[in-house]
Design a protein around this ligand. Structure first.
Ligand code: FMN
Length: 150
């Protein structure tokens, strides 16, 4: 059976992949299977269940290259059966702090997906090991039972 939890990753330099892997390992510890998409292809992602979107920002507020096609497909979809969270990595020295994550959050909402939490933005200047703070935050969601009905 296809996993009900999809971890969708936007990354240029690899930092966000560590975050995504940390999320997957926390899910595994709770016996919650998930699928990790390092090169997200909308055709391989079921339009239901829970999507955990992890993305950095590049350029001047741009989406990483590997998640651009995925993001472009979102406006044409009806995602009312999808619950989601967004974990955004960025650097607060940019005016466009975490704009890619905010764009993805916005696109998901416009396509009727249901947010499980506010966007979680991680400033890599403050947190040089972003997977640690992401893991701590995600563990509180797990503890609150937010991912349970998968
Ligand atoms: C060329 C370049 C441009 C960046 N532009 C932004 C930006 O516009 N906004 C932001 O919040 N962070 C920006 N960052 C910071 C990255 O989002 C941050 O370093 C992140 O950890 C990279 O994650 P990744 O390795 O998964 O791509 C930029 C980093 C680089 C190298």
């Amino acid at each position: 059976m296809q996993s009900q939890i999809q971890i969708i990753t936007g990354s240029m330099l690899g930092a966000t992949e560590y975050v995504a892997e940390q999320i997957q390992s926390l899910l595994e510890q709770q016996s919650l299977p998930s699928e990790l998409h390092l090169q997200p292809d909308i055709n391989n992602i079921p339009l239901q269940g829970t999507w955990i979107i992890c993305s950095s920002t590049h350029g001047a507020g741009d989406l990483p290259d590997n998640i651009q096609a995925f993001a472009k497909a979102l406006p044409d979809l009806d995602l009312h059966q999808v619950r989601f969270i967004v974990i955004a990595l960025g650097d607060s020295s940019y005016d466009t702090f975490c704009v890619a994550g905010k764009t993805l959050y916005d696109l998901m909402q416009r396509s009727n997906a249901n947010p499980l939490a506010e966007i979680f933005c991680i400033d890599v200047l403050e947190h040089p090991i972003p997977e640690e703070v992401a893991g701590d935050w995600f563990a509180t969601l797990l503890k609150d039972g937010l991912l349970e009905s998968n």
